[in-house]
Design a protein. Structure first.
Lengths: 99, 186
């Protein structure tokens, strides 16, 4: 499969993740959609690493997975804090800053 | 071979669609798990064996279990019965479709052929070029017998040692932040 196909697959994952972040109400699904965006970036890194025969892309994918793990920890901390405050994981309920 | 690539891409795309469209968050999480297995197979096929193993271990073994705990802790009846999308879902869908078609068209018609490494273009002196080519050939010969994790480790702990240490600090800060956010009195 050509590099263009991998890049388009990664971009498709990015678009679906963006849609999930913007359109879904459940905070957990928003976090899962952010993981989709990370996966799209990872596919790009690995595809270009394979094309250029350069291992830097693989190393950056490992960093990416580390960043995703940190994001998951912070996201779940926020989820617990939101649930304690509002007793729901619905992001529409958190509207204190709306004015 | 091509059929395999198409099936794999289709599986990843369908799982991603399932994550975004499923009603129940459990279905989303399981769909994401299958999608990540597909992505790991893709990494394996592109000869990134170590990254594929890390992907399975960290995502499927760690992060997804964390999310399942989160779903378990925050599940309630009211959220399950309400609408699952915001009111702006359709405009957002149209905008993202336009974005995907425009950028996807551009990506499809781009040129992806690799160029010469910059290090070879920068030097002008012929002896320097010779020395650099010798060094590259030596590294290639040394790498030919190494396995993928050995080669990744050489780059990760050689060129990227300081970013690696910075990543460990990032994870420490993330853990402290998560504990601070989730404790009783904030």
């Amino acid at each position: 499969m050509s590099t263009a196909a991998f890049v388009i697959l990664g971009f498709l994952l990015f678009c679906l993740g963006l849609f999930g972040v913007l359109a879904r109400r459940n905070f957990i699904v928003v976090l899962l959609s952010i993981e989709l965006i990370f996966a799209g970036a990872g596919i790009n890194f690995i595809a270009f690493s394979s094309l250029w025969k350069n291992l830097t892309g693989q190393v950056f994918t490992i960093f990416l997975i580390g960043v995703a793990a940190g994001e998951a920890a912070i996201g779940l901390g926020l989820l617990i804090a939101l649930y304690r405050l509002k007793h729901t994981a619905n992001v529409d309920e958190a509207r204190e800053l709306k004015g | 071979m091509t059929i395999g690539w198409i099936l794999l891409s289709l599986m990843i795309a369908l799982c991603a669609l399932g994550v975004v469209l499923a009603r129940s968050p459990i279905s989303s999480a399981i769909s994401l798990l299958i999608g990540f297995v597909g992505v790991a197979i893709l990494y394996l096929a592109l000869k990134a064996e170590f990254v594929a193993a890390v992907q399975i271990l960290v995502y499927a073994g760690g992060i997804l279990v964390l999310y399942l705990f989160g779903i378990m802790l925050t599940d309630n009846e009211a959220l399950r019965l309400t609408r699952q999308t915001h009111l702006q879902a359709w405009p957002v869908f149209v905008l993202i479709l336009v974005l995907f078609l425009a950028v996807g068209h551009k990506l499809y018609h781009s040129d992806y052929t690799p160029q010469q490494p910059d290090s070879l273009l920068m030097v002008t002196d012929q002896s320097q070029v010779q020395a650099l080519q010798d060094r590259l050939a030596q590294e290639a010969a040394a790498a030919r017998h190494a396995t993928n994790p050995q080669r990744v480790a050489r780059v990760l702990y050689g060129d990227y040692l300081y970013p690696f240490e910075a990543a460990s600090v990032l994870l420490l800060v993330a853990v402290l932040g998560a504990v601070f956010l989730a404790k009783k009195e904030v």
